[in-house]
Design a protein around this ligand. Structure first.
Ligand code: PHE
Length: 364
C-alpha cells in the first residue's frame, strides 16, 4: 500500500514538474498507456481475492483518477500558457498609425477622366456609359457609316467571329460615339452627357495602342448651334489646361455623323523647346495642335435614334483621353501608359487624396 502511495506522489510530482505538453503526454503513456505502471496495477485486480480487492481496489482506482486528473489539469494549464505567450507576441494595436504610407497611385488616365467629369458636371453634363463589346449598327450604321463606307475600313476594327441574336456583327467599339446612339435611344431630350471609356483599334506604335481611351460629348436640345459647341469646348479647355489664354481654331473637317464637322485646334507656344498649350497658334513661336473632333449631330443620326431632326438639334465631340493626359502632364510615349511599370506610375501617378475639384484647380 505504501508503494502505491509513493508511486502516486512520484507521478503527481512528475506531472507538476512537466514543462511541456509533450512531456505530459510522455508521462501519460508511461502511467496510463497500454503498458503503463498504473495500467499494470489495474490489471492485478483481476487476480486478487475479493478481500484483497476490497482493500487495494479503491487505492489503485484513486491512483488512476488522481493521475488522470493531474495530467488533464497540467495539459490544460500548459496549453493556456502557450496561448497566452502567443497572444502576447502577436498582439497588434490597431489604433497605432500605419508605419508605411499606401503605395498605390491613381493612373493619369483615371485622374484625367475624373478631371473631365468634374469640369463637365459643372456645365450640367451627366456621365453616360456603354459596353466595350458593341454591334456594328450602333458603332457604325446608326452613326451614318453604312456598310460600304470607307470610314469602316479606316477604323481598323476588331470583329468577333459570331453575330448577335439579331444578326448584327459584334466588335470592340472603335470609338465612344455609339454611346451617343444608346443615349438618344434611351433618354428623352434635352440631353447633356459625356461618355468616357475604352476603345479599340488594331494599331500600335509610339502614339497608338490597340486599346486607348476616348471621351464623347453629346448635347441634344432645341435651337442648338455651332456657337454653343464653340463656347462649351473653349470653357472646357480653359478649365482643363488651367489657363485663360486658350485660343481655339475651328477647322472644317469630315465625320459621317456630324454636319458640319469641325476639328478643334488649340494654340500652343514654345517654352524651353517644349510645346505648351496656350496663346495664339499664329504667334511667332507658336503653332496649332489638333485636340478634338466635333460637329453638329447629323440629321440622319438624330432620325436613326427615333427623334425628329426638325425639332431637336445638337452637337457632339470626341477626343483621346490619353492624348489629353500627355499634353497636360508632359508624357511622350503612349505605350508607357499601359506597361504597368512601377517607376513610371510612381512618377506620373496621383495621390488617392488628390481628388480633382474646380475650386482647387482640377489638376492641382
Ligand atoms: N468618334 C470620332 C473619332 O473617334 C470623334 C468624334 C466624336 C468626332 C464626336 C465628332 C463628334 O475619331
Amino acid at each position: 500500500m505504501t508503494e502505491i502511495t509513493a508511486l502516486k506522489d512520484g507521478l503527481l510530482a512528475d506531472v507538476a514538474a512537466a514543462d511541456s505538453v509533450d512531456a505530459v503526454e510522455q508521462l501519460r503513456v508511461g502511467a496510463l498507456g497500454k503498458s503503463g505502471v498504473v495500467t499494470a496495477l489495474l490489471k492485478t485486480l483481476g487476480a486478487m481475492t475479493p478481500e484483497e480487492r476490497q482493500l487495494r481496489g479503491p487505492v489503485i482506482h484513486d491512483l488512476r483518477e488522481s493521475v488522470t486528473a493531474a495530467i488533464v489539469g497540467r495539459k490544460a494549464a500548459l496549453e493556456q500558457a502557450a496561448l497566452d505567450a502567443r497572444l502576447a507576441t502577436e498582439r497588434l494595436d490597431m489604433t497605432l498609425p500605419a508605419q508605411e504610407t499606401p503605395q498605390g497611385s491613381i493612373h493619369p488616365v483615371s485622374q484625367v477622366m475624373d478631371e473631365l467629369a468634374e469640369i463637365f458636371a459643372d456645365l450640367g453634363f451627366a456621365v453616360a456609359t456603354g459596353p466595350e463589346i458593341e454591334d456594328d449598327w450602333r458603332n457604325f450604321t446608326a452613326l451614318n457609316i453604312p456598310e460600304t463606307h470607307p470610314a469602316r475600313a479606316m477604323h481598323d476594327t476588331f470583329y468577333f467571329p459570331d453575330r448577335d441574336s439579331e444578326g448584327r456583327a459584334m466588335l470592340l467599339r472603335t470609338h465612344t460615339s455609339p454611346v451617343q446612339i444608346r443615349t438618344m435611344m434611351s433618354q428623352e431630350p434635352p440631353i447633356r452627357i459625356i461618355a468616357p471609356g475604352r476603345v479599340y483599334r488594331s494599331d500600335s506604335d509610339a502614339t497608338h495602342t490597340p486599346m486607348f481611351h476616348q471621351i464623347e460629348g453629346l448635347v441634344i436640345d432645341k435651337g442648338i448651334t455651332l456657337g454653343h459647341l464653340k463656347w462649351t469646348l473653349e470653357t472646357f479647355l480653359k478649365a482643363f489646361f488651367e489657363r485663360d489664354d486658350i485660343v481655339l481654331r475651328l477647322r472644317p473637317s469630315y465625320f459621317p455623323f456630324t454636319e458640319p464637322s469641325v476639328e478643334i485646334d488649340v494654340g500652343y507656344t514654345m517654352e524651353k523647346g517644349q510645346r505648351v498649350i496656350g496663346g495664339s497658334g499664329d504667334a511667332e513661336n507658336g503653332g496649332w495642335m489638333e485636340v478634338l473632333g466635333s460637329g453638329m449631330v447629323h440629321r440622319r443620326v438624330i432620325a436613326n435614334c427615333g427623334l425628329d431632326p426638325d425639332e431637336w438639334q445638337g452637337f457632339a465631340f470626341g477626343t483621346g483621353v490619353d492624348r489629353l493626359a500627355m499634353l497636360k502632364y508632359g508624357m511622350n510615349d503612349l505605350r508607357a501608359f499601359f506597361d504597368g511599370d512601377q517607376r513610371w506610375l510612381r512618377h506620373y501617378g496621383f495621390s488617392a487624396f488628390d481628388v480633382p475639384t474646380l475650386s482647387g484647380g482640377v489638376g492641382a
